[in-house]
Design a protein around this ligand. Structure first.
Ligand code: AKG
Ligand code: FE2
Length: 338
């Protein structure tokens, strides 16, 4: 519990503790906002679906990440989860305590940094995470305080799941896969993580999250209005500007593998805000079942395009990823190359 940044009280507001200070070569440096990151307006879906699919595929090939506007999840719900998520982190410690755990497989889990006990340097983030689908299996484990938590996160998880499955259908069509390819067990997992990056006395010395790719299928991030997310493209970090009520969507490792490398997982990281504001974000991950078989889709593999990755069970990828954390320079896909 005393590992949580939000539990360290006033001492942490005056100076960054030694254990969070990165060596100079790993510090984030200055990254200006980037204007070229694709913004896709889902309103065009009815008029010209083919064009929209092309935009999604192109962005997923070039950046592995795009922003999505007019996506159908109401502004009210987008705002509500950010407000209630923030309220959760503002609760007294006694309220949050029962969710704190060192066990990476615990369902409802409050934790700090990435892999606190193993990492050399800690990251400036607390997070609270839980599975969401099917809702009735999990909602009774969620917090009852803030009072609106279950209602707001319940509705949000249903809406975001619908949107995520729609995006996967569009990606499926864009890749030329058989209809409904992602509809089954590959997309049955759903979890939400509230990331809280408290105010940092010197953001230039730390990272909120280190460079990583997300290990699932697809991520939909509601990043609110405080900047901090950066994506790596052609060895350059680009800052992803907050757009009101937009989702930042990123391709995950499993989608890179299933598409046989046609789509690319976006490496990203988070820098705590330098505009004197804490940053709270809500991240939704769509993922395969633990025992789902992951492999390049058969229809994308042929003589001239051999499989780039092996077949494996999702848990065999996830287990080392979870245990080793993401504080490593090596590529987690390496062991799964064909
Ligand atoms: O909070 C963010 O902006 C991104 C979080 C993220 O990358 C993650 O939770 O995997
Ligand atoms: Fe991530």
């Amino acid at each position: 519990m005393d590992k949580l940044i939000s539990n360290k009280g006033s001492t942490i507001q005056s100076a960054v503790p030694e254990s969070y200070i990165l060596p100079p070569e790993r510090r984030p440096g200055v990254v200006p906002p980037c204007k070229t990151i694709p913004v896709i307006d889902l309103q065009g879906l009815d008029q010209d679906p083919a064009d929209l699919i092309q935009q999604i595929i192109k962005a997923s090939q070039e950046y592995g990440l795009f922003q999505l506007t007019n996506h159908g999840v109401s502004e009210e719900l987008m705002q509500d989860v950010l407000v209630v998520g923030k309220e959760f982190f503002e609760l007294p410690m006694e309220e949050k305590e029962r969710f704190y755990s060192e066990d990476p497989y615990q369902n409802c889990r409050l934790k700090s940094s990435v892999n606190y006990d193993k990492e050399k340097v800690h990251f400036w983030r607390d997070s609270f995470r839980h599975p969401c689908h099917p809702l009735e299996d999990y909602i009774h484990e969620w917090p009852q305080n803030p009072a609106r938590y279950r209602e707001v996160f319940g509705s949000y998880s249903i809406e975001v799941r619908k949107l995520g499955l729609l995006l996967l259908d569009l990606i499926c069509e864009g890749l030329g896969l058989e209809y409904g390819y992602f509809g089954g067990e590959l997309s049955q997992g759903l979890s939400i993580s509230i990331n809280h990056y408290p105010l940092c006395p010197d953001p230039s010395l730390v990272l909120g999250l280190p460079k990583h790719g997300d290990p699932y299928l697809l991520t939909l991030l509601n990043q609110g209005h405080v900047a901090g997310l950066q994506v790596l493209k052609d060895e350059q970090w680009l800052a992803v500007e907050p757009l009101p009520n937009a989702f930042v969507v990123n391709i995950n490792y499993m989608l890179q593998i299933i598409s046989n490398g046609k789509l690319k997982s976006a490496d990203h990281r988070v820098v705590p805000s330098s505009d004197a504001a804490a940053r709270t974000t809500v991240v939704t991950f769509i993922s395969p079942y633990m025992d789902s078989l992951i492999e390049p889709a058969k229809s994308l593999v042929n003589k001239s395009s051999p499989p780039l990755y092996k077949s494996f069970r999702f848990i065999d990828f996830l287990r080392p990823y979870v245990t080793d954390g993401t504080d490593v320079e090596k590529d987690p896909l390496e062991r799964f190359m064909a």
